[in-house]
Design a protein around this ligand. Structure first.
Ligand SMILES: NC(=O)c1ccc[n+]([C@@H]2O[C@H](COP(=O)([O-])OP(=O)(O)OC[C@H]3O[C@@H](n4cnc5c(N)ncnc54)[C@H](OP(=O)(O)O)[C@@H]3O)[C@@H](O)[C@H]2O)c1
Length: 330
């Protein structure tokens, strides 16, 4: 059967541009014993993809090789199977790639239970939810009554972080790039405060929203928010460094805060990436399913349509144009 796939054929200078990709038609091969054929229905678009396109071999995961199908995770339905563990008709989630069909030996593919909408899988039970839980609960170790600031708060990871923290009894302050996003955080998700980081008086607004200082900072963006929050950290505060999206499309990464506060406030600052924590996914998925079933977590998907919409659509992540977990419905 013929299908469409998108290959990475050039590395980005700075921004992701259409000439980095080639749309190709491929043929599904005859399945070998143990293999399955997956028809992808939903493909996740993530900021990390920018890093995977770059030539850097000194990161947590090797780059996508030029000429290879672009890497992504996604959800699909098994349409042919020569593997007893994966019956035809079942839904799976895992690393798929920018392609309509994927041949897999099942390794790294997770069978999905029936009844959970695919959007809920990609928003809550896949990367965003796992990242939020790992960073906040396993690294930050929050205690009820503490104050958390999360940047990129209206995004996929940030919105999960804030809601888990509310469920755990914290005071939650989010920063986001528009007044509409801030309103969604306070009115729909129950954040205690939300601040538009593009405001002139960001530091003043943050200080007013956190009169007792900040115990936990979940860093998704870097930039102006990082400096303002760093100055408000309480003694023994924890900073979980998840992402620095404000630096992904610039040749001049921003200068971080001076380290003196780390000593004075005895801060713990820890970076993390999800591939180091795959062993905890079953327990974290159980915890996130619990919040979801108790109605403590809401999610929203920002859905593009058709495989090729990924080529331009991925940039919504860098302009702030996405209002929810960015994904492509195929
Ligand atoms: N460590 C890990 O394992 C891991 C896993 C997943 C994600 N991440 C990181 O987590 C962060 C959020 O990822 P996500 O998937 O949840 O994406 P997302 O938040 O759903 O989308 C990205 C958002 O980043 C914000 N943004 C873009 N440019 C910005 C800038 N210059 N300054 C401040 N904010 C900016 C935009 O929101 P506004 O409208 O608010 O500006 C945009 O909507 C990223 O840094 C990503 O790399 C890390």
């Amino acid at each position: 059967m013929e299908y469409t796939a998108i290959k990475l054929v050039k590395r980005p200078e700075l921004a992701i541009t259409p000439d980095l990709f080639e749309v190709v038609r491929l043929q599904t091969p005859e399945l070998q014993d143990g293999q399955i054929l997956i028809k992808q229905t939903h493909m996740s678009l993530d900021p990390a993809m920018k890093g995977w396109m770059m030539p850097d071999r000194d990161s947590y995961i090797p780059p996508v090789e030029l000429g290879d199908v672009m890497r992504s995770s996604g959800v699909g339905e098994i349409v042919e199977s020569k593997n007893d563990r994966f019956p035809v008709g079942a839904r799976v989630q895992g690393m798929t790639g920018w392609a309509e069909y994927i041949v897999s030996n099942g390794q790294g593919m997770n069978l999905l239970p029936e009844g959970i909408p695919t959007e809920a899988v990609l928003c809550v039970l896949a990367l965003p939810g796992m990242t939020a839980y790992q960073g906040l609960m396993n690294i930050g170790k929050p205690k009820a009554g503490e104050t958390l600031v999360v940047s990129g708060a209206a995004g996929s990871v940030g919105s999960m972080v804030g809601q888990i923290a509310k469920a755990e009894g914290l005071t939650v302050i989010g920063t986001a790039g528009s007044d509409d996003k801030c309103q969604w955080l306070t009115e729909e998700l129950g954040f205690d405060a939300a601040i538009n980081y593009k405001s002139d008086d960001l530091a003043k607004q943050l200080a007013a929203a956190a009169p007792n200082g900040v115990d936990l900072y979940f860093e998704n963006t870097g930039g102006a928010v990082q400096h303002a929050v760093f100055n408000l950290m309480n003694a023994h505060g924890r900073i979980m460094v998840c992402g620095m999206i404000s630096d992904y499309n610039t040749s001049n990464p921003s200068v971080g805060p001076n380290w003196m506060n780390i000593i004075k406030k005895r801060l713990t600052i820890q970076g993390f990436t999800m591939p180091d924590h795959y062993d905890k996914i079953p327990s974290m998925m159980q915890a996130m399913s619990g919040y979801l079933m108790e109605g403590k977590i809401k999610y929203r998907a920002h859905t593009l349509h058709g495989l090729e919409s990924a080529i331009e659509g991925i940039n919504l992540l860098f302009t702030g144009g996405n209002t929810g977990k960015l994904m492509v419905e195929l």
